[in-house]
Design a protein around this ligand. Structure first.
Ligand SMILES: [Ca+2]
Ligand SMILES: [Ca+2]
Ligand SMILES: [Ca+2]
Length: 470
C-alpha cells in the first residue's frame, strides 16, 4: 500500500532532518498503524451536549495511539496522557464525533473575533479524509465555545474536496462547558471529506486534536498523527472501517426494583473491592441497578455492603435481588442497622434460599426497628453475594420505652376521672402515672401524639362541664 511506502519515506525524512518540527512533540508508538472500526449509529443523533446510548459507540483509545504537541515542553506529559472520552458513529449521511475531557487548566477560548486562531486553545480540530490521502489533503475544521462571550464558533482550515462545508452551530455541532468538563458533539457530512458512498466495510481516515491550552500557550492532545506536532500528513491518520449498527448498551438506574417508598440514600459503606481483589465485585455493584453485577464478599462473614445516611431512619422496606447463579447463598442473609459502624443490630434474617433470582425479595417486617444511620446486608452463614440492595424508610428514631410502666395497664381515663384515683395511687406512684400515661406497649413510636390529643380532648370537655356547672 501507498501508506507503507510513505512510512519508509517519512522515516528517512525524519532521519535526515533529525529535528521534529514542533518544540514539545511526542509521537505515538503506533505511528502510521492506527486502525479501528466504527459502528453505525443505532439512535438518532442530536446536538444537545448529551451522549445518548446508541448515538455513538465508545472508542477504546490504545496508549500506543497517543501523541501530543505543546508550546511549552513542561505541558508535554499532561497533554500526552490526558484522559479523554472519544466516541464515534456514522450513518448514511454523516460521520459523528463525541469528545469529552476535563481541561487541566480550565476552558479558555477568546477567539470569537478570530476563529481561525482557535487551534491555539479551547477547541477541537477534526480531520477527515479518504483512506489513501497524504499530506495536506484533508478536511480540517475546528469547533469551539468562547469562554468570554459564550459563542459557538467554527473554522474550516482545509477543504481538499472543495465541498464548501461550513459547520452550523447547534445544528452540526455543539460545545458545552460544565466547570472544567468540556463536551464536543459534531457531525460531518461524508460528502465533505470522501468520494466514497458510506457503507459497511468502507474505509475513511481521521485525526483529532483536543486543544486545551490557554491563550496562545497551546496544548494539543492528539488522536492519530497528521495535524499537529509532526506536521500535516493525512497519511498518518487513523484508518476507520465503517462497521454495522452497534449494539446499544443497556443502562440501569438505581433503584431498579420498581417498588415504591422513600429510598434511603447516603455514602456507601462496606467493602470497596470484592472477592479476589475485584473492584467490580465491590459494594458499588450492589447499588448500581444492574441485576448482572453483584457484590461478592471476601469470604463467609467477611465483608458487607451498606448505606450510611446523614440522619437516623426507621426501615419500612428492603428490596433484595440475589446473585442469579447462587440463590442458595441468600439463606442466612442479614439486614442490620448501626449507629456507630461497630455494633450492628439484626432487623431481619433470611431463613431460606432466594425464591427467585429474577424477582426482588421484598422485606417489610423487622425487629429492633428503632432507627439507625447505617444499614447493611451481611451474611455469616453463607457467602454473602448479592446483586442489588435497596433500603427504604423515613427519618426518625424511637426512644427506648420504660419497661415497668409499659407492663401496667394504665387506664386512659385515669387522669381525668377522680373516682379511681385512690386505687391507682395504691399501685403506682401518682407522679409516675401522670408522666408515663401516654406510653402504651403497642406501637410506641407513633402512639404518643394520639394519646396526648385524646387526653387533651377529654380534659377540655371536662373543663367545659365544670364551668357550665358553675
Ligand atoms: Ca447528543
Ligand atoms: Ca485550558
Ligand atoms: Ca448490581
Amino acid at each position: 500500500m501507498k501508506k507503507t511506502l510513505t512510512l519508509a519515506l517519512s522515516v528517512l525524512l525524519v532521519m535526515a532532518l533529525a529535528v521534529p518540527s514542533f518544540a514539545g512533540w511526542i509521537q505515538e508508538e503506533a505511528y502510521y498503524e492506527i486502525a479501528l472500526s466504527v459502528n453505525k449509529a443505532a439512535t438518532a443523533w442530536a446536538a444537545d451536549g448529551v451522549y445518548t446510548p446508541g448515538e455513538y459507540f465508545d472508542i477504546a483509545v490504545d496508549n500506543a495511539w497517543r501523541s501530543s504537541a505543546c508550546a511549552d515542553d513542561a505541558n508535554d506529559q499532561t497533554a500526552f496522557n490526558l484522559d479523554y472520552k472519544l466516541a464515534l458513529s456514522w450513518d448514511d449521511t454523516y460521520f459523528y464525533t463525541y469528545i469529552q475531557f476535563t481541561d487541566p487548566n480550565g476552558h479558555d477560548n477568546t477567539w470569537g473575533a478570530d476563529p481561525a486562531s482557535m487551534w491555539y486553545s479551547g477547541a477541537i480540530q477534526i480531520n477527515l479524509a479518504d483512506e489513501d490521502q497524504m499530506g495536506e489533503s484533508r478536511l480540517e475544521y475546528g469547533v469551539g465555545l468562547t469562554s468570554d462571550s459564550n459563542e459557538l464558533i467554527s473554522n474550516v482550515w482545509a477543504d481538499y474536496l472543495a465541498s464548501g462545508f461550513a459547520p452550523k452551530a447547534n445544528e452540526d455541532y455543539i460545545v458545552t462547558v460544565d466547570g472544567d468538563l468540556i463536551t464536543y458533539e459534531a457531525r460531518t457530512p461524508f460528502t465533505a471529506f470522501t468520494t466514497l458512498t458510506p457503507a459497511e466495510g468502507a474505509i475513511v481516515s481521521c485525526c483529532y486534536v483536543l486543544s486545551w491550552g490557554n491563550g496562545q500557550d497551546y496544548c494539543h492532545t492528539q488522536f492519530a498523527e497528521g495535524c499537529t506536532g509532526n506536521g500535516k500528513d493525512a497519511g498518518a491518520f487513523a484508518m476507520v472501517t465503517l462497521a454495522g449498527v452497534g449494539e446499544v448498551p443497556v443502562t440501569y438506574t438505581y433503584p431498579n426494583s420498581g417498588t415504591d417508598g422513600n429510598l434511603i440514600t447516603g455514602e456507601l459503606i462496606g467493602n470497596e473491592t470484592g472477592w479476589g481483589e475485584n473492584a467490580d465485585a465491590g459494594r458499588a455493584a450492589g447499588f448500581d441497578g444492574n441485576p448482572e453485577t453483584f457484590f461478592d464478599p471476601l469470604g463467609t462473614g467477611d465483608g458487607f455492603l451498606g448505606i450510611q445516611a446523614s440522619e437516623s431512619y426507621i426501615l419500612d422496606k428492603v428490596a433484595i435481588l440475589s446473585r442469579s447463579t447462587y440463590p442458595d447463598r441468600f439463606a442466612g442473609a442479614l439486614i442490620q442497622g448501626s449507629n456507630d459502624g461497630t455494633e450492628w443490630t439484626t432487623l431481619w434474617k433470611s431463613e431460606a434460599a432466594a425464591a427467585s433470582v429474577t424477582e426482588y425479595t421484598i422485606v417489610t417486617e423487622f425487629e429492633n426497628n428503632t432507627g439507625y444511620t447505617m444499614y447493611r446486608y451481611f451474611n455469616e452463614t453463607n457467602h454473602g453475594d448479592v446483586a442489588e440492595v435497596e433500603f427504604y424508610g423515613n427519618p426518625g428514631k424511637v426512644e427506648p420505652v420504660v419497661e415497668e410502666v409499659v407492663e401496667e395497664p394504665v387506664a386512659e381515663e385515669a387522669p381525668v376521672e377522680e373516682a379511681p384515683a385512690e386505687e391507682v395511687v395504691e399501685e403506682v406512684v401518682v407522679e409516675e402515672v401522670v408522666e408515663e400515661a401516654p406510653v402504651v406497649e403497642e406501637a410506641p413510636q407513633t402512639f404518643d401524639f394520639g394519646v396526648i390529643a385524646a387526653i387533651a380532648a377529654v380534659i377540655s370537655l371536662a373543663g367545659v362541664k365544670v364551668s357550665k356547672k358553675r
